[in-house]
Design a protein around this ligand. Structure first.
Ligand SMILES: Cc1ncc(COP(=O)(O)O)c(C=O)c1O
Length: 397
């Protein structure tokens, strides 16, 4: 297990209007939309008091998104909200008038031209989009990058999606899905990353993730002192960082963004002080984090409010999965997948690896600290989870 890389954020803050994307009233509106879904329930915020004591902090809380909508990951929140907003726009209705009941009604079917939603995915986002489209009687087309597992592709196909695993990386799959959506007169791209000229839908997706922050703020009235958020393109991290920075401007929690080794586009962007891409295969077991191009909207938020960018390797993630899967006596078990665990794994490294002493000091992590993580996925690939956690196998890609 290698010591994680890290870099302090020394970039100038942005003055982009996107800094306001995750305003509190916006979070409320998003959550209200999600609450109209019959399967909506807040996910648990789990305390790990024994782990906190062992690692030397006051409190560890894990928001467990493996319970989200029965889909084992948080991503559906973004896809469903973006589809809802897109439909609201097309029908010239405010989102407040768009509910699950309306979207599944005959009135809606009679007034809305059926649409095919296109996306590229490492797994979770595509499953969320396919699920939402299927629930609402629409079609979806999902492109997956090389290295995607058949289990994850099958889970998407079961949502009536047309799904393929392509011989290209994630960022190339995004371009492919975009081209295909443009060539289809009833096609719309629902991608969880933004680039110049494609910002509305990804912004809605980030806002969709805001339900997580809103639930946490309710479940945890005293704000955390530190938030660790894992990142691929950075949409999820940007939504968390943005929401908490706006909610607690006076005592903003310290924000740590964690990427997978070989995919550290945000870390490199922070280092170079300008958006930097990673290209090629991006070999990592953290499939959800295997993205080489930052979300241009989220980047404005991350460069403004992130304190430290970190990069963890596969072995560090595996160790984190085992710690959450086989908890200390008295703590609850958390089933955390390879990507879902990255933030927690980075924190454990800070608390146990003497080579990270300076980082611990810089972040002022001590016995008073209240640390927050989001377990963004459960065992979305159960076979691999079993190998890593129950059989103690270290995956070599
Ligand atoms: C489980 C999980 N966690 C975190 C992320 C990272 O999200 P983002 O790409 O918005 O940075 C993903 C992305 O697919 C994911 O699947």
């Amino acid at each position: 297990m290698a010591t994680p890389k890290w870099i302090q954020n020394t970039m100038s803050p942005s003055d982009s209007p996107y800094l306001d994307l995750m305003k509190h009233d916006q979070l409320k509106q998003v959550r209200h939309f999600h609450q109209t879904f019959p399967m909506y329930q807040p996910t648990p915020l789990v305390s790990l008091p024994h782990m906190a004591q062992r690692l030397g902090v006051a409190d560890i809380k894990v928001k467990d998104e493996s319970y989200r909508f029965g889909l084992n990951a948080f991503k559906v929140l973004g896809g469903a909200y973006a589809i809802g907003q897109y439909i609201a726009d097309r029908l010239h209705k405010p989102i407040e008038q768009i509910s699950y009941d309306y979207l599944t009604s005959d009135d809606f079917k009679n007034n809305f031209q059926p649409t095919t939603f296109y996306t590229a995915t490492d797994g979770n986002h595509g499953r969320g989009v396919a699920w939402a489209a299927n629930q609402l009687g629409q079609r979806s087309v999902v492109r997956m990058p090389w290295g995607s597992t058949a289990y994850r592709a099958d889970a998407i196909a079961r949502e009536n999606a047309e799904v393929t695993i392509e011989d290209m990386n994630y960022d190339a799959c995004v371009r492919l899905a975009y081209e295909q959506s443009q060539a289809d007169s009833n096609g719309v791209m629902v991608q969880d990353t933004a680039w110049e000229g494609y910002e509305d839908i990804p912004s809605w997706i980030m806002q969709g993730y805001g339900t997580i922050a809103d639930e946490i703020m309710e479940q945890m009235p005293q704000p955390p002192s530190h938030i660790f958020a894992q990142a691929g393109v950075g949409s999820f991290a940007g939504s968390m960082v943005g929401a908490f920075a706006l909610k607690y401007p006076e005592n903003r929690p310290k924000m740590i963004v964690v990427e997978a080794e070989h995919c550290e586009c945000l870390f490199l962007s922070a280092k170079n002080k300008q958006v930097t891409h990673v290209e090629g295969e991006m070999k990592t077991i953290m499939a959800g984090l295997a993205c080489g191009e930052p979300n241009s909207v989220s980047w404005e938020i991350l460069k403004t409010y992130t304190d430290v960018f970190m990069v963890v390797d596969d072995k560090t993630a595996e160790a984190g999965m085992r710690l959450l899967g086989a908890p200390l006596k008295g703590d609850d078990q958390i089933i955390s997948g390879e990507s879902g665990v990255a933030g927690f794994a980075a924190f454990v490294a800070i608390m146990t690896d003497p080579a990270l002493k300076d980082l611990k000091q810089l972040l002022e992590i001590d016995e008073q600290s209240r640390i927050l993580f989001v377990n963004t996925e459960g065992d979305t690939d159960p076979e691999r989870y079993d190998q890593i956690v129950r059989q103690g196998i270290s995956i070599e890609l």
